[in-house]
Design a protein around this ligand. Sequence first.
Ligand code: ZN
Length: 307
Amino acid sequence: MKTIFRKKAVESHQWWNTAQSILQLGTLTGLLSLLGWLLAGTLGIAFATGTVLFTLWFLPRLSPAILMRWHQGRLLRTEELPWLHQIQKDLANRAGFVRSPALYYVPSSALNAFAVGNRQEGGIAVTDGLLRTLSYREVRAVLAHEMTHLQHNDVSVMLLSSIVGRLIQWLAWSGIALILFSLPLSWLYEKPVPWLWLLLMIVAPWLSLLLQAGLSRTREFQADLGAVRLTDDPQALIQALAKIDSGSSAPVHPSETTLLQSHPATSERIARLASISQTVLEPRDFLWWNFNRPSYLSWTNRRYRWQ
Ligand SMILES: [Zn+2]
């Protein structure tokens, strides 16, 4: 018995996720431009688009090595964990990377993995806790998830979205302060108070938070789908997610609001993965010895050192 993924379902999910991400990032940039225009006219729009373009140019130039040092990660030499490097190399080949992303080790008991950089120059870090807890297949699924983040330049996308979000908040608060301070003048000279603008300034930071959270969730789902495509093993990712969730110090409760959550709930991710998976019977499932063989005779039950 084997769990495979339904290719058509994955492709339609991926298409929808990409469209959603473009819409979310576009709306965030539009919101920033609108606030800029309200506060400073065309100069405000130039400032907003200029910031987005500069960030897009600057982010890929950040060195993964420096970012990893900031996260207390150290480079893993090939001779330290050859099997992990082999997985990394194999996945990078499958994903069409010219250069395999560097592997980093973070001496933390938390179950975590993350990526920095981009497709051209990237790094993937795994914690000590993750390597000790997950099986070979599960580690492979997690690495594939991070590899997909690099493949889609998600690190830059998420950083850009958080910078735009900060700017929106800053402009909105400046706008609110400006309108409130000019209220006495408006009343003195009997000028109309821009209530609609004030309302927009109040709503904008909330809207931006919703869009940022939505974008992050979409990128996570997209990375899950990418991992399944790279590994052809949805079950391994499902098991890894369940283990990471149960080992996490801050579990996500189902009652928690999912709209403002930047990371989708594990149960939701697992449900999505299950929806694109399918269990198929292999020829060996029909062989008589498969039903009767004692477990000690089975070479398929052997456990690896890191399991
Ligand atoms: Zn992720």
